[in-house]
Design a protein around this ligand. Sequence first.
Ligand code: HQG
Length: 179
Amino acid sequence: MNLNRISKRMSYLLRHCTSPLYVNLDGGWAKVDDIIEVIRKKEPDFNLSVMEQIVAEDAKGRYSFDESREHIRANQGHSIPGVVVDMTQPEPPELLYHGTAERFLDSIMSEGLKPMSRQFVHISPDYETAVKVGSRHGKPVVLLFRARDFVNDGNVLYLSANGVWQAKHVPVKYLSVYG
Ligand code: HQG
């Protein structure tokens, strides 16, 4: 059984799949039994203990169970319209990082960071994470984001349960190319 492949399937169902919609818009929770049932159609060995292992071992903390452990959600990364996952708004450090690919730079430096297909722009807590995120799209470039100024100017910046900062839009004036 390929756990990485199953995790991708879980991510798809919990973040992106609208037909049918497995998640409750209020909180992004899906029934554990429903997710297991649908994935078992392609992965007959998948079961609750494998799901628990994937959730516990996920390097990015992508998933959470609720207190009853009857529901599971993705902590961030949704494209499903209307899903609201609870996030906090702690005071950010002065600087955060956004990893992207060189080919997107001109567009970003003219229109700012946009969420593209997701609900939010994802912003990393450190340079190394940003390099990894940017490398997924091509030659990585890291942008410095003046997060404290952004918030002090009245903009909203969220922190997901697994430590990814999120904003609806980041105007160019808060961004500069790192290095
Ligand atoms: C870029 C992974 C042109 C943006 C990672 C990014 C992350 C623009 C791409 C999470 C733009 C969107 C998210 C603009 C933004 N013009 N390009 N105005 N504004 N972009 O995959 O941030 O493995 O939706 O720079 O670890 O790469 O899925 O976002 O390059 O946390 O859990 O448009 O996905 O986590 O790409 O990655 P994505 P992302 P998971």
